[in-house]
Design a protein around this ligand. Structure first.
Ligand code: ZN
Length: 127
């Protein structure tokens, strides 16, 4: 992961992660398409095979979107009492769009933080 000897100025993992940029150089793109991670950075050629955010981003998306959308829907129901079709028309597209946008940002953020903190699977040291 951090085995090469090239020197790069440190990048802020939060801003590069949210923007979907390379965790090492901060210039190349992390994603090939919407959520698929590229094989390597097109700018500094960092191998992205280490990148494994797993279920991490989805947990945060569920918690954040669930809290915001359900809270807003409950508030709207109690204070305005709109018809049911308006709830469906408003909250289903909003929750879908919010989830997709947030998944990309959080996946980039977690991969950037994984690189920054050299996080990887545990290994047994038999030496
Ligand atoms: Zn790069």
């Amino acid at each position: 992961m951090n085995d090469d000897k090239a020197l790069y100025p440190p990048v802020d993992p939060i801003t590069t992660g949210i923007r979907g940029l390379c965790p090492r150089c901060g210039q190349g793109h992390l994603f090939d398409g919407f959520l698929k991670v590229r094989p390597a950075c097109e700018s500094c050629e960092l191998d992205y095979r280490f990148a494994d955010s797993g279920d991490g981003p989805v947990v945060f998306v569920i918690l954040i979107v669930g809290f915001v959308v359900l809270g807003a829907a409950l508030w709207m129901e109690v204070s305005l009492n709109p018809p049911l079709w308006l709830h469906f028309l408003l909250w289903i597209p909003l929750a879908t769009a919010f989830s997709l946008a947030l998944t990309r940002m959080l996946k980039g953020l977690l991969i950037n933080l994984q690189y920054r903190n050299s996080a990887r699977s545990g290994e047994i040291d038999r030496g």
